[in-house]
Design a protein around this ligand. Structure first.
Ligand code: PLP
Length: 456
């Protein structure tokens, strides 16, 4: 347990020694960090005792909400029995085996094998290595390039940031790794012009064909996309998009990777986004909702036809992490899955909470002066902030409209995030109730109203 300190004391220590992820340290030093000390249900509490509605479920991950005894007990039991053992060199532990088996029942057909990691980034790095290995074993060693999308996010390691299409990450790195290419994100509102959503979906997917032909199909290993782009600003594609992507991948013998790190485990009202969009992936990374964030764990699902080739021909696969399949993290993931099933959380999201959430957000945004588009599926929402609705023009990045909106949200004791182009997003815990959605809607409205006033 950490000691009790005043917020000022925490802030001074934090400033002195702690480097934060995705943070401007000068701004942090000037304003001081917000110290979160405990959480319950859909609320987190800071060191000052403020009760804050967590509209982001942590970082899209706390699916079952905070303070769930079942997950804590599962971790405690496992830590007492066997706090750690690895799965290298012909060893295994029961919770790893059970979790892999459980995932094979839940994931789309053909995904029968699971490689464990600690984060979504590592799960994607694993897939890059395994896909290249597969093609090499198939006698096509030049099939190495991965195609991702602008504003796609697949993690923060060197490889995963090249795989993603976040402009600021690429700029800061100076140079992307070779053998990673990108096509545009399927954002109809800003890019669709006069096309209907459905027509735009086909057009956006066909960029993949153009890119494959430009690179040469003999050089392309895989295409990766999130069923709904999360960190890019909650971009849900037209329903025509994924079938066309799938057709193109099959035509050119390009593997299809559905990154389910955000969409998996009920966020869209289905176990996986692939179910909703009828995607048949060859690889599927998952993390976040897998353990509801209580302990870090991720998995890469591998289609049996790929696994069989690796199994038959590779011999030792030189890949793995010390904490691959950490027994306690696996125990928590198993308890989390059991809870999701027992409480029928996904069915509730699909048939009840998500429609209620959508209606509440529509009431807030319909006719709102600064919101051009409300996007989202399930319990994901993206609010497109625009300067000019008729022309669909967004604010310039240096105007930091999303950051201002987040600051208003913070004043209202609500966590929401600025992401993508002039967008703020929500991704609350899946267990949020109707009355908590009403409170959320009220806080979102006040934050958007204040933003509109500032930029009006
Ligand atoms: N993939 C997607 C779709 C994500 O949203 C994220 C993180 O937000 C990642 C991968 C990376 O996961 P991690 O932060 O656990 O490395």
């Amino acid at each position: 347990m950490a000691e009790k300190r005043t917020t000022g004391e925490w802030q001074a220590l934090d400033r002195a020694h702690h480097m934060h992820p995705f943070t401007d340290s000068k701004t942090l030093a000037a304003r001081g960090t917000r110290v979160i000390t405990r959480a319950e249900g859909v609320y987190v509490y800071d060191n000052e005792g403020n009760k804050i509605l967590d509209g982001m479920a942590g970082l899209w991950c706390v699916a079952v909400g905070y303070g769930r005894r079942e997950l804590v007990d599962a971790a405690t039991r496992q830590l007492l029995d066997l706090p750690y053992y690895n799965s290298f060199f012909q060893t295994s532990t029961p919770t790893q085996i059970e979790l892999a088996q459980k995932l094979s029942e839940l994931t789309p057909p053909g995904l029968k094998h699971f490689f464990f990691a600690n984060s979504g980034s590592e799960a994607n790095d694993t897939i890059i290595r395994l896909a290249r290995l597969y093609w090499s074993l198939m006698g096509k060693p030049n099939k190495r390039t991965f195609i991702g999308r602008t504003w796609g996010y697949h993690g923060s390691t060197v490889a995963a940031s090249s795989l993603g299409g976040m402009p600021a990450m690429h700029t800061q790195d100076g140079k992307n790794l070779p053998e990673f290419a990108h096509i545009s994100h399927p954002h109809w509102y800003l890019r669709g012009g006069d096309l209907s959503r459905e027509e735009f979906g086909i057009q956006a997917a066909r960029e993949l064909e153009t890119k494959i032909l430009e690179l040469g199909p003999e050089n392309v290993a895989a295409f990766i996309g999130e069923p709904v782009q999360g960190a890019g600003g909650v971009i849900d594609p037209p329903m025509t998009y994924w079938p066309e992507i799938q057709r193109i991948c099959r035509k050119y013998d390009v593997l299809l990777v559905a990154d389910e790190v955000i969409c998996g485990f009920g966020r869209l009202g289905h176990w996986f986004g692939s179910e909703m969009y009828d995607i048949k992936p060859d690889f599927m990374p998952m993390a976040k909702g897998l353990s509801s964030g209580y302990l870090p764990i991720a998995a890469s699902a591998i289609h049996e036809r790929i696994f069989e080739v690796i199994n038959d021909k590779a011999g030792m696969v030189h890949h793995g992490y010390t904490y691959s399949g950490h027994p306690a993290a696996c125990a928590v993931a198993l308890a989390n899955i059991e809870l999701i099933k027992k409480e029928e959380i996904i069915e509730r999201v699909r048939h009840d909470t998500a429609p209620y959430f959508r209606k509440a957000m529509e009431q807030v945004t319909n006719g709102h002066p600064i919101v051009g588009e409300l996007r989202g599926v399930g319990l994901l929402a993206g609010f497109q902030l625009v300067k000019d609705k008729a022309k669909r023009t967004v604010f310039a990045p240096e105007q930091e409209v999303g950051i201002r909106c987040r600051e208003f949200a913070t004043q209202n004791n609500l966590i929401m995030r600025p992401l993508g182009q002039s967008t703020v997003v929500l991704s609350p815990p899946l267990v949020i109730s109707h009355s908590e959605i009403d409170e959320l809607a009220d806080k979102v409205k006040r934050s958007l109203d204040a933003t509109a006033k500032l930029f009006g």
